[in-house]
Design a protein around this ligand. Sequence first.
Ligand code: C2E
Ligand code: CA
Ligand code: CA
Length: 544
Amino acid sequence: MESYKNKQILNNFFKLAIIILLCIIISFLVYKSGGTSGSWAQLNFIPIILAAFFWKEIGGISFAVILGLINGPLMPLNRFTGEYQSLSNWLFRILIYIIIATITASIIRKNEKYDKIIKDNYLKSHINGLYNANKLFIDLDKFTEQDIKFHLIYINITNLNDISKYVDFKIVDEINSYIVKTISTTFNNKTIYSVSANEYMLIIQEPNEQILFNQMQSYINDFIQSIKVNDYCFKLIVKMGILKNDKENFSSIDLFNKVRIAADQGHQLKSGVFYFDKKFEEERKLYNEISGSLYQAIKNNELFLVYQPVIDIINNKIYKTEVLVRWDRGKRKYIGPNIFVKIAEEIGLINLLTKWVEEHAVKTYLTWKEEGVDIKQSVNVSSSELLDEAYRNWTNNLFAQNNLKCEGFGIEITERVLSEDNVKLKKILTDLQDEGYLIEIDDFGTGYNSLMFLGEIPSDIIKIDKYFIDRINIKDVRIIISNIIDAVHKTGATVIAEGVETKEQYMTLKDMGCDMIQGYYFSKPLLSKDFIEYYKTFDINKYL
Ligand code: C2E
Ligand code: CA
Ligand code: CA
């Protein structure tokens, strides 16, 4: 502040010196050219206008009077004849000078007024008159430049939009005023920046992070109960982010983004205070990158398929293959299907993805047949697809066009989704089973109601999840696996153990009466041509 004042004084002094110098030069020129009768005297307008520009009326009129006097009684009309000006002449000149100074000052004042309005519009929210994000950026830059340590706090009322849509949009202004008031009291009247209709930020120089965190937590706690505005009661969802500026050299835009990312954490419908977490940011970044590029990846055939053999350990032969999708992302980071298939489901691309998988799986099936590899193929299908009649018709068409029988194909559906729309799904699965498809329940044992589905949901195969196989050396787990195998057999279905990686696991499962094995011990998922080779050279004795 002090240095700013000193700068101002120095600045004014410099301007004054320039104007005085101008006055001296002009007066000298007027005198040298013979006096005020010459045209040089018109130059006096320049310092007067400048003075009015810098210091308004006071500066302009002062110089108008000074220059009026210098160019009046103190300056001859004609130096060579020794003639001086009449009183009325130089008084009239002073008057003209004063008028010019006043007009200039008033134009400058008007300009400044408009400037202020423009600046206010630029720096303040038109909704509530608080400072906006532009001002926040200016202040963040200032703090960062001056190396001042601070915390950036972000407050987002996430359900305000819903309240405005579903309850009453007029009430939102009142809720916002309430929020601003409570933020102000909680954070000791610190400047609040209103960065959107439901988002606020504060810059706080509290060195004790714990105190600040507690303060924020207590603010959230106030919203645990509902608030009453007019005759309505509201339960606000308040998400808060906190970010310290001293860890890395964050730019203002980084600080702004990261504190908002912080508040994205936690349950969508629950209030909470969150620190910025780099891992979370990277996950979200990847999510956005995947969701943005997946459509093109499917369209541009960046996907490819691999096939994992499932070994029938009763008859010692390859029974079927599971079709698994991969994404060739070139130099970009590898992403497994467990991540991008989930995202495809969330953003509504799963249908496109499954159709791509099925089309290509069918092509492989036909090629293999020509090569003498005649085995069943299973694809992973989501419940939303099974429930979609258009998708089922599309699959039937695909099979009809290629003269294929459903008997050659299996549908793997994860056990977790079965509880979603049980009755309808059960009917669809029964129909598919009647048509000839193998119905396989994937990841068995990982859902809530595993055993409840046995016998109730039509299924030909139950795939015991890798979770159990990984723990097969634990006696109690062995008992569970053994019981599952027996129970499945009683329903008439067969059992595949997933994720078998060792000979011991294989042997234990064989002793328990497990029908089939899928896992790295036999083979990782293979490219089509490698699968043909594997199939043709398969010999169970290699694994015994
Ligand atoms: P899933 O259906 O349970 O598939 C089995 C996963 O376990 C595959 O992982 C397979 O490579 C892996 N696996 C098999 N044996 C072993 C083993 O011995 N050890 C270990 N560590 N892993 C083993 P992948 O291919 O990464 O697929 C992951 C999940 O992504 C799949 O789990 C499935 O849910 C989904 N997915 C893959 N391809 C598709 C697809 O085309 N459509 C759909 N909807 N989902 C797919
Ligand atoms: Ca599967
Ligand atoms: Ca599985």
